[in-house]
Design a protein around this ligand. Structure first.
Ligand code: FES
Length: 106
């Protein structure tokens, strides 16, 4: 079980913004969507591209390489050429800090 990793202070991550955190070697993108925090692996399941840097449209991020869309809330792949979800991670706010952990190996 991995420990919680602090990403930033909650007031440093405004709605519509995101931050990247290294969580035990995984690159995790943490988003603020309308005041709620969500975290997905910053990896496109089509060809391993980095997702961040692509446009965020509503609750979706568009891979900047070939345009696959992913749900930021669930990690689900929403359009070709990606068909598999990217990993989703638990996020919490503890003492005003946004924290994320990798629960894939629990
Ligand atoms: S690497 Fe993301 S759509 Fe191809």
């Amino acid at each position: 079980m991995s420990d919680w990793v602090t990403v930033c202070r909650a007031d440093e991550l405004a709605p519509g913004e995101h931050r990247i955190a290294d969580v035990d070697g995984a690159q995790v993108a943490v988003f603020n969507l309308d005041g709620e925090f969500f975290a997905i692996e910053d990896v496109c399941t089509h060809d391993g591209g980095v997702l961040t840097g692509g446009p965020i449209q509503g609750g979706e991020i568009v891979c900047p390489r070939h345009g696959a869309r992913f749900c930021i809330r669930t990690g689900e792949a929403l359009s070709a050429p990606a068909f598999e979800a990217t990993a989703k991670f638990p996020v919490r706010v503890e003492a005003e800090l946004v924290q994320v952990r990798d629960d894939r190996w629990d």
